[in-house]
Design a protein around this ligand. Structure first.
Ligand SMILES: C[S@@+](CC[C@H](N)C(=O)[O-])C[C@H]1O[C@@H](n2cnc3c(N)ncnc32)[C@H](O)[C@@H]1O
Length: 199
């Protein structure tokens, strides 16, 4: 049976975090050095805001965090954090003129509404990831990094291969805080090459 209140849930409660998912980002950042002081970061699927809170802290006052979700974020953040309530699938890539020079990092922790039918959910997740990759192609600075959550399925390896032409390194990661019984994985694409072609 699924353990609802696992150690990460308890740790999040104890440390006053907005969600246990923050530990996934912390681990990815520890391993891949994604977030640096002064970065411009785009956080897609950001509510309730635990990743955003972590991002704002890591980038410091010289950085800028922009976030999007279908749902509101109620927490107010210190520092430069901009939020838009909208569907990422409808974004064109020009929604944040504040980040005129582009983003250093594009992150997506978006999860589709699940149907309970594995293949349907995998297809929905892939659609979100395709959109994140398209937006990252428009919004990332050269050398920038992209991370997107994907339900592992038959298309995952193909998606990774396609990205490999546009990034120096592409990996698939499963952080410790990601439940073992969940098919979720994170595609980590580092070193964006604006003139690279999809494979
Ligand atoms: C797992 S939660 C994100 C948790 C967040 N990273 C945090 O740490 O607080 C997934 C979010 O993706 C959002 N989402 C799913 N599909 C979306 C879409 N098409 N456009 C915008 N947000 C979306 C959901 O509303 C939900 O808030």
């Amino acid at each position: 049976m699924k353990k609802l209140h696992d150690r990460f849930f308890k740790q999040a409660k104890r440390e006053g975090k907005l969600a246990r998912s923050v530990y996934k980002l912390e681990e990815l950042d520890r391993r891949e050095r994604l977030l640096r002081k002064g970065d411009n970061v785009l956080d897609l699927g950001a509510s309730p805001g635990s990743w955003l809170e972590c991002i704002v802290e890591k980038i410091g006052p010289g950085g800028m965090a922009c976030a999007v979700d279908l749902k509101l974020i109620h927490k107010k953040f210190k520092g430069k954090a901009h939020f838009k309530k909208m569907n990422v699938l409808e974004m064109r890539g020009d929604e944040f003129p504040e980040a005129a020079g582009g983003f250093d990092v594009v992150l997506s922790d978006m999860a589709p509404n699940t149907s309970g039918i594995k293949l349907v959910d995998q297809v929905r997740s892939l659609k979100l990831c395709e959109k994140v990759a398209e937006l990252a192609g428009k919004m990332l600075k050269p050398g920038g990094n992209m991370v997107c959550k994907m339900l592992y399925g038959p298309e995952t390896e193909q998606f990774r291969t396609r990205l490999a032409g546009r990034y120096a390194v592409v990996k698939i990661r499963k952080p410790c805080a990601s439940r073992v019984e969940s098919a979720e994985t994170y595609i980590v694409a580092l070193g964006f090459k604006p003139n690279g072609a999809e494979r």
